[in-house]
Ligand binder design. Structure first.
Ligand SMILES: [Zn+2]
Length: 471
C-alpha cells in the first residue's frame, strides 16, 4: 500500500484506495466518451487510466481552479490530491509529482466554497505537514476551488473558516484528520463526536457512510464495541470460523489433493487442463492472505471495530467497498439471523473483494452467487456442500449457466458467451468472488462441517437466506 508522508509532503506511490474498480457487470462502468486519455462515464465521473504495479488502473480525476488535473479519492475526499498530466509523446497520463507539493484535500469543501480566493496568498508557498501555508500572521489552506483564510479559535482550540452568506456570518469548523491526512469541513449544525485511539471505529460520517445510508440502509451499529453482547459473540465466532476455513483451504492445497479432488478443482475453475503448480501456489497464497486479513477483525486485531451493521432497505445484503481505506465490512441485519457457518461464508466472500492491492491476485467481482448452505445438521450441511459443488462443476464445464446478476441484457449475453466457451470461462470464474469463497469451504469441508456442528449449539437463531443478495 502506498503512503502519503506528511513530514516530507511527498507521495511514495499511488494508493490503491484512490482507484475506482469498475464493476464489469454494470453498464454504467462502460465509458460513454473518451478524449485525451480521459474517460467520461454516464453518471458524471471523469477518470484516467494509470499503469500501477503492472495493472491499468482507473482513477477518478477533478480539474481544480488552476486548471490542473488531480486524482481525488471518491471514498476519502479529504485525502491529498495527486496532480497528473497527459504526456503527449507517450500518449498516457503520468503523475506530476515534481511540480507541486501535495496538499491535503478538504472533504465537504462546498461548505466554505464561497470564501475561496483564486489568487495565491504569498510568494513562498511551502505548506506545513498539514498543508497550511502561513503568510505573515495569516494561515491559508488550499482546496479544489482556491485558498481559504483559516482562523484559529483559541478557547475551542480549533481551525475554522468564517463564511458570509446573505449577509449572515457563519463559523465553519475545519478539522485535520490525521488518519486520512486531510481536512474535513463541518456543517455548522453538525457536531461530530471525535473518536480517536487505535481501537476506535474509523469512518464516522464519511462519504461511504452517507452513500450507504442513502442507498443501502440505516447504520445501526458501528464497531464491535457497540454491538449487543450476543451479536458480538456471533460475529466473533463467524470471523474465527471464516479465518480457520481460509487457512484450512490453504493447508489442503499444501498437503496435496487426491486425484479426484484435483479434477474437481480443475472443473470448478473452468480449466481444460490440470492446474499448474504456479496456479495452485497462487490459490494457496490467496487463501492464506484471506486468513491473515480476517485475523485483523478478531478481538485483538487492528480492524476489530470496522464491522458495521445496517438495517437493509430491501432484501438482505452484506457488502464492502473494495477501495475503502478503512476496510469496513457492512453486514445487513437480516444476515445476522444466519447460522455461523453461513455468516462465515459471507466473511470469506466479502474479504475476497478487498484483496486487489497488487497484481498478485485476480480481482473479485460479483458475476453470480452460489447461494447459502442448508445446515440444520451435519448431514444436511455435507449434502449442501455437495450440491453447491455439483453446480459449480456444471458451470465450470459449461453445462449450466448460473443466475447472472447483471441487469443488462447486452452484458448478460457477453457473459453467457464467455461462460459457454472453454477458452474464456476460467477467466470469468477466477474473478467471481462466490466461486472462490465456496472453493475454500469445499477444500476444507470436513473441518468446516465439524466446526459448524460445534457452533450450532450456540447459534441463537438460524435460518437460510431466501435470496442470497450479499455483495
Ligand atoms: Zn460480493
Amino acid at each position: 500500500m502506498a503512503s502519503w508522508n506528511p513530514s516530507t509532503h511527498t507521495w511514495e506511490s499511488i494508493a490503491f484506495y484512490y482507484e475506482v474498480i469498475p464493476d464489469p457487470s454494470l453498464l454504467e462502468w462502460r465509458p460513454v466518451r473518451q478524449a485525451n486519455g480521459k474517460l467520461h462515464f454516464s453518471f458524471g465521473l471523469e477518470g484516467i487510466r494509470l499503469s500501477v504495479n503492472g495493472l491499468q488502473r482507473l482513477y477518478p480525476v477533478v480539474t481544480n481552479f488552476r486548471n490542473e488535473t488531480l486524482i481525488a479519492s471518491m471514498n476519502h475526499p479529504e485525502s491529498p490530491m495527486i496532480p497528473v498530466c497527459f504526456n503527449q509523446t507517450r500518449q498516457q497520463w503520468e503523475p506530476s509529482l515534481l511540480v507541486h507539493y501535495l496538499t491535503p484535500g478538504i472533504a465537504d469543501e462546498d461548505l466554505i466554497r464561497s470564501e475561496a480566493q483564486s489568487t495565491a496568498p504569498g510568494v513562498r508557498l511551502k505548506p506545513n505537514a498539514q498543508g497550511i501555508v502561513v503568510v505573515g500572521a495569516q494561515a491559508y489552506l488550499m482546496g479544489e476551488y482556491g485558498w481559504y483564510r483559516l482562523i484559529w479559535r483559541a478557547p475551542e482550540r480549533e481551525w475554522g473558516v468564517s463564511t458570509r452568506t446573505a449577509g449572515a456570518e457563519q463559523w465553519v469548523r475545519v478539522t485535520y484528520q490525521s488518519e486520512v491526512d486531510g481536512w474535513q469541513a463541518h456543517s455548522p449544525s453538525s457536531s461530530q463526536p471525535l473518536q480517536s485511539g487505535p481501537l476506535a471505529y474509523v469512518g464516522t460520517g464519511d462519504r461511504l457512510e452517507s452513500e450507504v445510508q442513502d442507498a443501502m440502509g440505516m447504520i445501526l451499529y458501528r464497531g464491535r464495541e457497540r454491538l449487543p453482547g450476543s451479536l458480538r459473540d456471533k460475529i466473533d465466532r463467524a470471523i474465527e470460523f471464516a479465518m480457520q476455513t481460509a487457512s484450512g483451504a490453504a493447508q489442503s492445497l499444501r498437503a496435496g489433493l487426491s486425484v479426484q479432488d484435483q479434477l474437481t478443482l480443475q472443473q470448478r475453475l473452468g480449466m481444460d487442463a490440470p492446474l499448474t503448480p504456479a496456479r495452485l501456489q497462487e490459490l494457496q497464497t490467496l487463501f492464506k492472505a484471506i486468513a491473515a486479513d480476517l485475523a485483523r477483525y478478531r478481538p485483538s486485531g487492528s480492524h476489530v471495530q470496522q464491522i458495521v451493521i445496517i438495517a437493509e432497505k430491501s432484501g438482505d445484503v452484506s457488502f464492502v467497498s473494495a477501495t475503502d481505506r478503512h476496510r469496513r465490512i457492512f453486514i445487513g441485519q437480516k444476515h445476522l439471523s444466519l447460522s455461523t457457518a453461513n455468516l462465515a461464508h459471507i466473511f470469506l466472500h466479502e474479504d475476497l473483494h478487498f484483496l486487489h492491492e497488487n497484481a498478485q491476485f485476480h480481482r473479485a467481482f460479483d458475476y453470480f452467487y452460489h447461494g447459502s448452505y442448508v445446515d440444520t445438521d451435519a448431514r444436511a450441511l455435507s449434502r449442501s456442500i455437495d450440491n453447491i459443488g455439483q453446480t459449480a462443476v456444471n458451470i465450470g464445464r459449461g453445462r449450466q449457466i448460473p443466475n447472472l446478476l447483471t441487469q443488462h441484457s447486452q452484458i448478460r449475453n457477453e457473459q453467457i458467451t464467455q461462460l459457454g466457451s472453454s477458452t474464456t470461462r476460467a477467466e470469468l470464474l477466477a474473478h467471481n468472488a462466490d466461486t472462490q469463497a465456496h472453493l475454500m469451504i469445499w477444500l476444507d469441508r470436513l473441518k468446516f462441517i465439524q466446526r459448524s456442528s460445534n457452533s450450532s449449539g450456540s447459534d441463537a437463531s438460524r435460518g437460510n437466506a431466501t435470496a442470497n443478495t450479499h455483495r
